[in-house]
Design a protein around this ligand. Sequence first.
Ligand SMILES: NC(=O)c1ccc[n+]([C@@H]2O[C@H](COP(=O)([O-])OP(=O)(O)OC[C@H]3O[C@@H](n4cnc5c(N)ncnc54)[C@H](OP(=O)(O)O)[C@@H]3O)[C@@H](O)[C@H]2O)c1
Length: 245
Amino acid sequence: MTIHKGTAVVTGAGRGLGFGLAKGLLGRGWRVVAGVHGEATGELSQLQQQFDGALLIVSIDIGSDESVKQAAEQAVGWTEQIDLIVNNAGVLGDIERKLPDELDFDEMLHVMNVNSLGPLRVTQAFGSMLLRSERPIVANISSEAGSVGACGRDSWYGYCMSKAAVNMQSVLVHNQLKSVGGRVLVLHPGWVQSFMHGELNTSARLTIEQAAANVLGTIEDEADWPDVDGKPPYIDTEFKERLPW
Ligand SMILES: NC(=O)c1ccc[n+]([C@@H]2O[C@H](COP(=O)([O-])OP(=O)(O)OC[C@H]3O[C@@H](n4cnc5c(N)ncnc54)[C@H](OP(=O)(O)O)[C@@H]3O)[C@@H](O)[C@H]2O)c1
């Protein structure tokens, strides 16, 4: 069973996986509010011409209350209802330092602010529009790096902790949304050729298009992923398997 195609919000849509998700959603017949950090790229503007009237580009810094509120206000004039929020935007931060190296706690706070609080800011700001949907869905792009159960790393402090926190947030939001017929999906997109390390990482396994197709297939076939013990599904979208929390 696939879900009704309505209006989606995608953050971090300027490049990387977020761009692929925005493009993929438009191609699948969704209307899209594309949240861009900084200037919209030419590629995104081209999509506006290709999918006339189906794409709204808004500027958004998910680390800022004010910016997220302004983005939601812009969307209010364009759509009454949101059916899907894809919280995709994220940052990596330092992945090298181990104890007893000096750790950069200010940078970690930034990573936590963007990766953990950012998705909650977005879900909150677009929340009243989301609750107009009969089937409100929030897809949080987390990572296998947020799994406590699968953790074998001894560095990546900010990133892993921030993704573990977004996993907890996802359960909290899910507990509320399921009472009104909605749900949250917690998704690991696989190892993607994106800009997380500062420049395009061509050695990663999945192209943007492949990863976006996997993520969108999972979202649209969300009925394939029932809750277990009331928890939202935490899914590796490449290998189509559940991850341990
Ligand atoms: N790449 C992987 O292998 C992998 C694996 C697991 C999970 N993920 C997750 O997938 C998601 C997408 O990452 P990606 O791989 O596509 O990396 P990416 O190419 O670096 O893209 C991240 C996107 O987030 C945006 N962003 C960063 N800070 C932001 C902020 N404060 N407000 C709004 N947008 C912001 C970036 O915009 P600017 O570039 O303009 O800052 C960019 O569009 C992330 O949540 C990441 O954790 C990725």
